[in-house]
Design a binder for this molecule. Structure first.
Ligand SMILES: O=C(O)CCC(=O)C(=O)O
Ligand SMILES: [Fe+2]
Length: 311
């Protein structure tokens, strides 16, 4: 990990002024997105609206957040285990994270800031609100392009309305070592689309041939999760990824995850199922799957997702 030559993810430019559905620029980017997601399951997005200045302001806010006492961070309670505060754990001693549900709703962000800081934290709320607005715009463009590229326009509204966002902020403590240490073990994401933003290097992505490559420091990485893989009946790739750490710098990152809403049944459209492409997954409810994922039964299986809903 770590040498320039390894920064080999496809890079796709979303910063063009007139990137509007139907324009030639849109169609060009759409074909790049489709190809990258078939081959890698992810790509690096260039998106000026989520500027470096704004990202640095967010990372500054996250540092303040993670510097709070443990008892304060534990106040971020949620009935969903993956949405709450996760403290460093013997299996992942460098990692801690905080989930923010529906961060695109201003009141959610403000009530979170109020639970951490007695007077709130206006600059934290403002920068997070702004990055979420831009990154969710990018996420929606990507999904729109994916559906269009498969000729699934008639499902667009249903698909867009069947998800909600989760923002997860992450801190990886510096290991103070020369050799690399595991920050977060290899996994595929369970949701629809993830957009990850890292302040410094550390994110590794596994290629289809098993080789690991690094995402660039300061990059925005867009990747596909298991639920979109299932909905598309396996047409795009879901990449394994992990975080490796070395040296003396703490690493901050955040991910905006589009998650299927509870109660919505994920089922591949009939257009994607035929003799050549038999149905891969039984229709399922994401929140029921999450309950299975956090149960003991899931711990025993290689891939909880496949155990839960493979045909
Ligand atoms: O910190 C990162 O860059 C990766 C985090 C990740 O893979 C996840 O939260 O699912
Ligand atoms: Fe992940």
């Amino acid at each position: 990990m770590g040498s320039e030559a390894q920064f080999r993810l496809p890079v796709i430019d979303f910063s063009k002024q007139d990137l509007k559905p139907g324009s030639p620029e849109w169609d060009l980017v759409k074909s790049q997105v489709r190809k990258a997601l078939e081959d890698y399951g992810c790509f690096e997005a260039l998106f000026d609206k989520a500027s470096l200045e704004l990202r640095n302001a967010v990372f500054g806010g996250l540092k303040e957040l993670f510097d709070l006492p443990l008892e304060t961070k534990m106040l971020n309670v949620s009935d969903k285990p993956s949405h709450a505060y996760i403290a460093p754990h013997p299996n992942a001693p460098l990692y801690e994270s905080i989930g923010i549900e529906e961060p695109n709703i201003t009141e959610n962000l403000e009530s979170l800031a109020n639970s951490f800081w007695p007077q709130g934290n206006a600059s934290f709320s403002k920068s997070v609100q702004s990055i979420v607005a831009h990154v969710s715009e990018l996420e929606q463009m990507v999904r729109r392009m994916i559906l269009e590229s498969f000729g699934l326009e008639k499902y667009m509204e249903e698909h867009m309305n069947s998800t909600r966002y989760l923002l997860r902020a992450m801190k990886y403590t510096a290991p103070h070592t020369i050799e690399t240490k595991l920050g977060s073990r290899d996994h595929t994401d369970k949701n629809i689309v993830t957009v990850l933003c890292q302040g410094i290097e550390g994110l590794g992505i596994q290629l289809k041939d098993g080789e690991w490559i690094s995402a660039r420091p300061n990059s925005l990485t867009v990747m596909i999760g298991d639920s979109l893989y299932a909905w598309l009946n396996g047409r795009l790739h879901t990449p394994y990824h992990r975080v490796m750490m070395k040296g003396n710098k703490a690493r901050y990152s955040f991910g905006l995850f589009s998650n299927p809403k509870g109660g919505y049944i994920i089922k591949a459209p009939e257009e994607l199922v035929d003799e050549e492409h038999p149905l891969l997954f039984k229709p399922y409810d994401f929140e029921e799957f999450l309950r299975f994922f956090h149960s003991n039964a899931a711990l025993k299986s290689q891939s909880a997702f496949k155990t839960y809903c493979s045909v």
